[in-house]
Design a protein around this ligand. Structure first.
Ligand code: THU
Length: 136
C-alpha cells in the first residue's frame, strides 16, 4: 500500500467531494463521489448513476475505474470515496478495484471531507479472486 502525501490525499478527497453533486440518485438519494489516482498521476473521478431498473445502477467507484481503464490506465495507487457519513465500498466495487491493485490505498471520507478511515483493499477484500487465479 502506497503512502500519499497530505496534499495529494486532500486533493483526492476534495475531488470526490466535489463530483458527488453530479451523482444521479433519484431512487436512493445517496450520492457517492469517488476519485481514483493512477500511477501516471492523473485523477479519474466518478459518481453513482442509478436507473429505474434498479440493478443496472453503477457505483461511483466503478464509474471511476471504467473511465480510467477506457482511457488506457491500468495502474492505480489510491481511491478516495465520499459519502454522507463515510461508507465503505460495496463488494462489487472491491472486486473490480482488486483486479487492478489488490493493495490499493482506500481513503474513506464523509461529506465534510473528514477522513473517517484510511485502509487498503487487501484489508477490505482479503483472499480476493485475482487474474492469477485463472491460471492455476
Ligand atoms: N453506492 C456506491 O456508489 N458505492 C458504494 O460502494 C456503495 C453504494 C451507491 C449505489 C446506489 O446508487 C447507492 O449508493 C445506494 O446503494
Amino acid at each position: 500500500m502506497t503512502k500519499l502525501n497530505d496534499e495529494l490525499r486532500k486533493t483526492l478527497v476534495e475531488t470526490a467531494r466535489h463530483v458527488r453533486q453530479w451523482a444521479y440518485v433519484p431512487y436512493s438519494n445517496y450520492p457517492v463521489g469517488a476519485a481514483l489516482l493512477s500511477d501516471s498521476g492523473k485523477i479519474y473521478d466518478g459518481v453513482n448513476v442509478e436507473n429505474a431498473a434498479y440493478p443496472t445502477t453503477i457505483c461511483a467507484e466503478r464509474t471511476a475505474v471504467f473511465k480510467a481503464v477506457s482511457e488506457g490506465e491500468r495502474q492505480f495507487t489510491a481511491i478516495a470515496v465520499v459519502t454522507k457519513h463515510g461508507g465503505t465500498p460495496c463488494g462489487s466495487c472491491r472486486q473490480v478495484l482488486a483486479e487492478f491493485n489488490p493493495d490499493l490505498l482506500v481513503i474513506i471520507a464523509d461529506e465534510q471531507g473528514h477522513i473517517i478511515k484510511e485502509t487498503s483493499l487487501a484489508k477490505l477484500l482479503p483472499d480476493a479472486f485475482l487474474p492469477a487465479d485463472l491460471k492455476k
